[in-house]
Design a binder for this molecule. Sequence first.
Ligand SMILES: Cc1cc2nc3c(=O)[nH]c(=O)nc-3n(C[C@H](O)[C@H](O)[C@H](O)COP(=O)(O)OP(=O)(O)OC[C@H]3O[C@@H](n4cnc5c(N)ncnc54)[C@H](O)[C@@H]3O)c2cc1C
Length: 307
Amino acid sequence: MLDIKNNYSLANITTLKIGGSAKKFVAVENLDELIEAIKFARDNNLEFLVVGGGSNLLISDSGVNKLIIQNKFSGIQQEGNILKVKSGTILKDLINYSIQLGLSGLQNLSGIPGTVGGAVYGNAGAYGQTISEHLIQITAFNGNNEENFTRDECSFDYRYSEFKKNHYTILEISFELEPSTEELLSTQSQEILEKRLVKYPTGIKCPGSFFKNIVASTLPQEIAEKLKDKIVYGKLPAGSLLESVGAKGATLGDIEIAPYHANLFINKGRGTAEDFYKLAKKYAELVKEKFGITLEPEVQLINLPKI
Ligand SMILES: Cc1cc2nc3c(=O)[nH]c(=O)nc-3n(C[C@H](O)[C@H](O)[C@H](O)COP(=O)(O)OP(=O)(O)OC[C@H]3O[C@@H](n4cnc5c(N)ncnc54)[C@H](O)[C@@H]3O)c2cc1C
């Protein structure tokens, strides 16, 4: 029997600690529960949205008139170099397990919060590695049946996957990793975790970087030439553009743009989605005016207009 809650505050389930209430909310631990939850949504004429760790969400203060389904299917199965992972598994648990087994391919993602399903949905990445790099298969639920996707069928791109278009629920993901040693992988992971602590100190309330970086090959040649020193891993950091229009340290209410990183919006305590949104929009417009570049949010905006 599902434990469906009414008017559930979504600030509870986001790393930003912002968000109004969901009309209905349920946490599910397996496919049967997911199917039951979707059936409940259909029977009650409600839309539904599956979320994971809530680490990439900006949810409006007025909440959502939907059933929010929090995915808690977890578990990892190993067959040689292949790891088959349930989508609600915490990414950190998967990375740690792969490191213990001496399997390489996920260690640079150390420190990214959330679930494996959420990471696959947005093709999360860091330090030159993406979650899709060693992915070989996905099983997803299309609302009626399970469907399998090969890597090539998932349209992975920078912070993009097919699941942003088809809205299927990602259920299980298989990765084929490469043999390495626990010692080497754990050193790499530790180094990354230490670097990340500078940007994301423990307890910070944020949704990660807010805007996507800009793929350098898509920039007008004149701008790419002018800003070429700033390009890292083939991307122009959105933070450098935001910094040049004065975003660092700006505040609105209890939302602050980090004084040390212009693409990091922090809830200092009682921040609201409205202030977050207005501040982000203001600096995106200034970037557009100065460089002619349209910044796009990396964070998923829920019940908020497009920036
Ligand atoms: C401190 C901090 C640091 C971060 N650093 C990075 C980083 O270095 N690189 C990076 O890429 N991101 C980073 N992020 C952003 C975020 O952690 C990642 O995008 C993460 O992978 C999101 O996973 P989640 O489970 O929290 O997804 P959620 O935030 O819960 O959901 C995000 C989206 O995924 C969809 N979704 C979730 N699960 C499923 C599923 N099973 N099936 C279908 N759709 C699903 C949701 O509907 C939603 O649209 C950071 C965030 C924080 C707070």
